[in-house]
Design a protein around this ligand. Structure first.
Ligand SMILES: [Zn+2]
Length: 58
């Protein structure tokens, strides 16, 4: 039934600002390579500065 591709480990996630809690970014991550929750400093247009963005489900 259909084609079987190896895509199981890749998941879509959102990056949520730790200060205003808005989901400013979406990205893909490979669960096998990045088992831990991602935490990245990114620019938040609402806070108008770089803040820590944490991985959340979309
Ligand atoms: Zn923010």
């Amino acid at each position: 039934m259909g084609s079987k591709k190896k895509v199981g480990a890749r998941v879509k996630i959102a990056l949520c600002c730790s200060e205003c809690k808005r989901k400013n970014y979406t990205t893909m991550k490979n669960k096998k390579n990045t088992a831990d929750k991602m935490e990245i400093k990114k620019y938040c247009p609402y806070d108008r500065k770089h803040t820590v963005h944490k991985e959340v489900k979309i």
